[in-house]
Write a protein that binds this ligand. Sequence first.
Ligand SMILES: Cc1cc2nc3c(=O)[nH]c(=O)nc-3n(C[C@H](O)[C@H](O)[C@H](O)COP(=O)(O)O)c2cc1C
Length: 151
Amino acid sequence: MASILVLFHSQEKGNTRRMAEAVGEGAQAAGADVQLFNTNEGRLDVEVFRKVDVAAFGSPDYFSYIAGGLKVFLDDWCIARWADRNGLEGKPHGLFYSHGGGGKVREPLEKLFAAVGQQVGETVESSGQPDDEVLAACRKLGGELAQAAQK
Ligand SMILES: Cc1cc2nc3c(=O)[nH]c(=O)nc-3n(C[C@H](O)[C@H](O)[C@H](O)COP(=O)(O)O)c2cc1C
């Protein structure tokens, strides 16, 4: 069974969490095994990421940048990769973010996570609380990721 990690940060209003859950629903509906992890609730062990087939990363826009919890993941990932690249590089992944009206995080989000591997689908954006259209786009992304995991 294809495995997907949905790694996100959500702290303020649950906007990014709702998007993460929708990505997970889409992937699950397409037959994938889904793990959700909120970096506001802990620090992900990079070994979890190493083992999954695909990932999705979601962040709120914090000062036009990604949330600190996701940056910590990238730092951990980078250091772990120096020791053993196996399973840490070339990982297909999807991206999503929420913002309060600015949304300039898209550029650093796409640029930073490009190091992890090939992006799957379109980056999904939500201004404030995700509406039905945004949630449908998140579910679609989850389905695309589940498909990418089977290739
Ligand atoms: C510390 C902090 C910094 C923020 N900076 C920005 C910003 O630069 N641009 C923007 O559009 N929204 C900004 N916001 C708003 C959040 O991105 C937005 O409310 C987001 O949906 C919160 O996601 P969450 O509910 O999942 O935590 C900021 C919020 C916080 C708490």
